[in-house]
Write a protein that binds this ligand. Structure first.
Ligand SMILES: Cc1ncc(COP(=O)(O)O)c(C=O)c1O
Length: 505
């Protein structure tokens, strides 16, 4: 085999020390089964503190709303509910997420209701005093009718916008740029109609801000949208509306792969493999969006950018510091000068380093194929760790059975060399691959070993989990450091006043 093409994950403390406790993790899987999700509730609070430090650096006020959709856990939501109410709220995108947030200790005034909403969701949001992030003028009509029909108090609303247009280039003489299309929010070109509707319904709703969420990593596109919101807020004021916050949604991102060089090498090798210049790196030559057209690589890689030096709070900092295209001010300065609050809705980035998914190795089978002769079957399926679904590629960490160091150096030297394997799931389905990528591990796993997929708390842990073939879906536990060891409790039993498995503080 060539040099192993590792994509080793970025692992920071305390996740790193949790992985060092291989016997503890093995004992959890022995007791609770495979797959198993493990969460670190303290880390979400630390991540929130990092975002707040960026607010302080830019002297901005406003709230961080955790995008609940990233993870179903109660422990994470309860831990955030215990945080500073003025600074930390929650973004819920369904009736059940709203009920869950309230049950975890969030009061209605800390809740932002986003996404498309059915009448029950709208009613409960209005009833508990949540802010409704309006998806469309039609939703505004529905909400206003509910408020009047049920004698509810005036509801705070944000107007979610999409289809931002702007002119690229500092001088304003460049080309017209349209932000990516979205099926959510009111297109900016229809803003006038929306403002009129908000005026018409001012007895039922109060416009407190404008919002967007752009599904892109592009900083400039986001900065342009932010600037347009500020301009539109000026226009709103002129007609007597009084929005005072800009909600810039989520999408601050996570750096999954530790080493830029490994990411670079792997993506280069993928192109070479697509061209046939090296053995395939994927199951049946899958190209992740790339294809060979007459000896030239065509298409674009449909993958999450694995190595991201500036993600999460650093990305927010960069966005706020970017020169703005039209008004000539950095977005942070612009918000400060206009005395606008800044709201954010981080999902993935807020649960960065907050957990891992464990799977027991059930079977290791040689196929005789070269260069990727091994199928490693796990006690989980692709729905249990849906990294592939989100285009996130990174290696699992091999936790050897009976090897406290977890580094795998405990057996036959021939089996101790790096090896490329295909990780397959527990469903009777050809397509059930944990990843289509050939995964390089420091040695061939053995049945009974555990693979730890780290940093799965954002969308990969439970977003796509299902009960096909009645396979068990993962239980989730919360863990916390206790001196040199770890204690745990079921996710649903975690409360921020009680250490996992311990007595109330
Ligand atoms: C409205 C809205 N806000 C926030 C988020 C969270 O995005 P991320 O997890 O990328 O931070 C999403 C994700 O889909 C969203 O739709």
């Amino acid at each position: 085999m060539d040099v192993p093409l590792y994509l080793r994950p970025r692992i920071e403390p305390p996740l790193a020390s949790l992985l060092g406790a291989a016997p503890f993790l093995h004992s959890l899987v022995d007791a609770l089964g495979s797959p198993l999700n493990v969460l670190l509730p303290e880390t979400i609070a630390e991540n929130a503190a990092r975002f707040r430090a960026v607010y302080r650096r830019h002297r901005l006020t406003g709230r961080l709303y955790f995008a609940h959709k990233a993870n179903r856990s109660s422990a994470l939501v309860r831990r955030l509910a215990a945080d500073d109410p003025a600074a930390v709220g929650i973004d819920v995108a369904s009736l059940e997420e709203l009920r869950h947030a309230l049950g975890c200790g969030f009061t209605g005034d800390r809740v932002m209701a986003t996404g498309p909403k059915d009448p029950e969701f709208l009613w409960l949001a209005a009833r508990v005093g949540a802010t409704v992030n309006l998806d469309s003028p039609r939703e505004l009509e529905q909400l206003a009718a509910l408020v009047r029909g049920h004698g509810l108090g005036r509801v705070r609303v944000l107007a979610r916008l999409s289809g931002f247009e702007s002119t690229a280039g500092q001088s304003g003489t460049g080309t017209r740029v349209l932000s990516r299309r979205s099926r959510f929010g009111t297109p900016v070109r229809d803003a006038e109609t929306l403002w009129s509707a908000l005026e018409r319904h001012s007895d039922a709703v109060e416009l407190t801000g404008l919002a967007y969420h752009l599904d892109t990593t592009g900083l400039e596109e986001k900065a342009r949208a932010l600037e347009q919101c500020v301009l539109l807020m000026d226009a709103c004021r002129e007609r007597g509306l009084a929005p005072r916050a800009v909600d810039i949604g989520g999408g601050f991102g996570v750096g999954y792969v530790a080493d830029a060089g490994e990411w670079q090498r792997w993506t280069t090798a993928l192109s070479e493999a697509v061209l046939g210049g090296r053995p395939p790196l994927t199951w049946r030559g899958h190209g992740y969006g790339l294809r060979n057209e007459g000896g030239t690589v065509r298409g674009s890689v449909a993958l999450y950018p694995g190595h991201r030096p500036d993600a999460g709070p650093d990305y927010l900092d960069e966005l706020l510091s970017l020169p703005a295209p039209v008004l000539g001010r950095e977005p942070g300065t612009l918000l400060l000068e206009h005395l606008h609050d800044l709201h954010i809705e981080p999902g993935r980035s807020l649960v960065d380093q907050c957990g891992l998914s464990l799977a027991r190795v059930l079977d290791v089978r040689g196929t005789g194929a070269d260069p990727d002769p091994y199928l490693v079957r796990l006690g989980m399926n692709a729905g249990d760790v849906s990294l592939e679904e989100h285009g996130v590629l990174m290696d699992p960490v091999l936790l050897s059975r009976g090897d406290p160091s977890g580094d795998g150096r405990d057996g036959d030297p021939e089996a101790e060399r790096p090896v490329g394997v295909h990780l397959v799931g527990n469903l009777c389905l050809e397509a059930d691959l944990i990843t289509r990528r050939l995964v390089f591990l420091p040695r061939l796993p053995r049945p009974g070993d555990v693979l730890a997929f780290v940093n799965t708390a954002g969308y990969a842990m439970d977003f796509h989990a299902h009960h096909a073939q009645r396979q068990p879906s993962a239980r989730t536990v919360a863990v916390e450091r206790e001196g040199d060891s770890w204690r745990w409790c079921p996710d649903e039993d975690y409360w921020p006043i009680t250490p996992p498995g311990g007595t109330p503080a």
